[in-house]
Design a protein around this ligand. Structure first.
Ligand SMILES: [Zn+2]
Ligand SMILES: [Zn+2]
Length: 394
């Protein structure tokens, strides 16, 4: 037994020192058995536990009784400290026991160090500058658009007229064995002579995705969050999008608090344009009830607020430029896991990151913006040594 093993000195000793020392030695032996990997070693933990019992025991009789209860509970719960109470008080919270606690200030410091420079954000498709309505007017949406699915040029004004759009909903991939391109959605090869080569899916309208700042702000103007003063919060954000007569729009928005993992906002949103395709297979949104759902303007009025998204918010997302662009938000403090945890030309998918770092399977069917927002946040936590189950912060 090492020389550092000695009971904590107390003003009022509940039992003679040699007795406490003997009990402490026994406690170390038990802890070595039930908690072989205790942080700081079994001795340190034993000294702390015995000290707490000694402090809360008023007589030698109660000290012996309380110590025997501690021995019994440690054996019974196989050293699980979350189940142990001394003087009716739990000695440790569940999250502290599993991973060790971290302060909010320390987390904020870690997160601030991860914020991206404006130039990085711009390179990744974020709109960072003020798009004035004047510059937007000079670049009105084209009279013609190219279908984002089948590449056909079509007249924008007649997007709601029925036509036939034939497409694949996955990108072609090179097959090394057959040395040809194939579509993973149906296995069709680009060299096939079947008409299915043109697409395994059909839709009665073409679709388009405006991407430039001007085209986007022509539909709805961007709002700078710097105008909204509010609390320094950390929010994970995820939108589901669908195609409408005005392009690609937000149809569901989820906002989750980083510290509590609580969903602060989760609503189906009515887009500005007429629905062309809700993209249900990916978005998970199968209908938008005009009576019960919020309009785009109502949604933005609710979420751009001192308590939610404001100038001081740190916004977390995966490929967050897509979300912020459909929301028409210009924001500075951003942490994007697609930028942080990708190498090379292609961005790593959230599905891959969640599987690799959380052993969690997401997006196995329809996407769920709430599940995606939480997975993004948890990937960031795991990669930065922040416990994902910690719910209380100092
Ligand atoms: Zn296909
Ligand atoms: Zn098309």
């Amino acid at each position: 037994m090492s020389g550092t093993l000695r009971p904590i000195d107390l003003v009022s000793q509940p039992a003679p020192y040699p007795e406490r020392y003997k009990i402490l030695q026994k406690l170390v032996v038990l802890l070595q058995k039930v908690r072989p990997n205790a942080a700081g070693g079994a001795s340190k933990l034993a000294i702390g536990l015995e000290g707490r019992v000694a402090k809360t025991s008023s007589s030698s009789q109660s000290y012996r009784f309380n110590m025997s209860v501690l021995f019994r509970d440690l054996s019974k719960h196989k050293g699980d400290l979350t189940k142990i109470r001394i003087a009716q008080k739990p000695i440790v919270s569940a999250s502290r026991a599993s991973q060790g606690n971290i302060s909010k200030a320390a987390v904020m410091e870690k997160l601030k160090a991860l914020l991206h420079e404006n130039s990085v954000l711009e390179k990744n498709g974020y709109i960072m500058r003020n798009v004035t309505s004047e510059s937007a007017k000079n670049a009105l949406l084209g009279a013609h658009e190219t279908c984002a699915r089948c590449n056909t040029k079509f007249e924008r004004a007649s997007i709601m007229k029925k036509t036939l759009c034939r497409y694949h909903d996955s990108k072609k991939q090179f097959d090394k064995v057959t040395k040809s391109y194939q579509y993973p959605c149906c296995g069709e090869s680009t060299a096939s002579t079947s008409f299915l080569r043109l697409g395994c899916k059909t839709h009665k309208h073409h679709v388009f995705k405006p991407e430039t700042a001007e085209a986007l702000s022509d539909i709805s103007e961007f709002i700078k969050t710097s105008k909204i003063r509010g609390e320094e919060n950390v929010l994970a954000l995820d939108c589901e999008m669908g195609f409408t007569s005005l392009g690609y729009e937000m149809i569901r928005l989820t906002i989750v608090d980083f510290f509590t993992s609580k969903t602060l906002f989760d609503e189906i949103v009515q887009p500005l344009g007429e629905v062309v395709d809700l993209n249900t297979q990916f978005s998970g949104v199968s209908e938008i009830d005009k009576q019960s759902s919020l309009t785009f303007q109502e949604t933005m009025a609710r979420v751009l607020s001192p308590k939610l998204i404001n100038a001081n918010s740190i916004l977390i997302g995966h490929g967050l430029e897509n979300d912020l662009n459909v929301m028409r938000i210009v924001h500075q403090k951003i942490i994007d896991t697609a930028i942080l945890y990708s190498t090379g030309r292609y961005k790593n998918s959230l599905k891959n990151l969640a599987f690799e770092f959380l052993s969690r399977k997401i997006q196995t069917g329809e996407h769920d913006s709430s599940e995606d927002a939480i997975a993004t946040m948890d990937v960031l936590k795991v990669k930065n040594g922040i416990p994902i189950d910690q719910k209380t912060w100092d």
